[in-house]
Design a protein around this ligand. Structure first.
Ligand code: DC
Length: 236
């Protein structure tokens, strides 16, 4: 079974997809981490993220692995653990041109489809329901207001946990900066020529602005009898 979860950054996709994977015994595929890994390797090697040919070559040559680690997973790029490094502001900046590169996308989509062929997957990203797995069994487009998304990112950066509800105090200026970056990145991701962020025609839209984490997870489990059965099977 394939579950596709798309949406803008900060919509809660990652936490939700991870939880659906855990409860339904599916493999979690974080496609954003793949584009981030390519961006990271480019920066490491001094490759200009706007140099389309050089970046496409990095994407073709890189080996990306996801290794289970407790409740989460670690990301390896060419064998190096880059789990933390792919979340830095430098990588956040570089990943936009990298992910807008059609040849990078071609390479990443092929790897993502290969992962889908190996078994039951919940994949999250921007183009999963439209390009990577247009025949996915369940498609969700998860959105939230820019303000709600900026708040979540700020809480995450401060060490809070959305899934458990652990709160932290958030610096207002940092949150404002996150909001500005997020709006800029949304505009870029939605207006780029290669696979712009848009919902698949048959995606279920969920606006998570006013919903709790558990509400969103339950709403998705409720979309498909197979998902609900899998979740019950794991609980039993
Ligand atoms: O979901 P994220 O913030 O980790 O994604 C990082 C970047 O990669 C973001 O700029 C959007 C892009 N991306 C993409 O273009 N296609 C995907 N399937 C996943 C992410």
């Amino acid at each position: 079974m394939i579950v596709a979860i798309d949406g803008p950054s900060g919509s809660g996709k990652s936490s939700v997809a991870r939880e659906i994977a855990r409860r339904c015994d599916l493999t979690y595929l974080d496609t954003g981490a793949m584009y981030r890994s390519v961006a990271y390797v480019c920066l490491e090697r001094g490759v200009d993220p706007d140099d389309a040919d050089a970046v496409a070559k990095v994407a073709r040559d890189v080996t990306i692995e996801f290794v289970p680690d407790g409740d989460g997973q670690r990301v390896l790029a060419n064998g190096e653990d880059v789990t933390a490094q792919i979340r830095t502001p430098e990588v956040e900046l570089a990943v936009s041109p990298v992910s807008a590169n059609p040849r990078v996308r071609e390479t990443m989509v092929a790897l993502q489809r290969a992962a889908g062929e190996r078994g039951d997957v919940v994949a999250e990203g921007r183009d999963i329901g439209t390009v990577v797995f247009p025949g996915a069994d369940v498609k969700v487009f998860l959105s939230a207001s820019p303000e709600a998304r900026a708040r979540r990112r700020a809480v995450q950066r401060g060490g809070g946990n959305l899934a458990t509800g652990d709160a932290v105090s958030v610096d207002a200026r940092a949150e404002q900066k996150i909001l500005e970056d997020l709006v800029r990145r949304d505009a870029y991701d939605s207006s780029r020529e290669a696979s712009p962020l848009r919902p698949a025609d048959d995606a279920h839209h969920i606006d998570s602005s006013e919903l709790s984490f558990e509400d969103v997870v339950s709403a998705i489990l409720g979309l498909s009898p197979e998902l609900a059965t899998r979740a019950e099977g794991r609980l039993a």
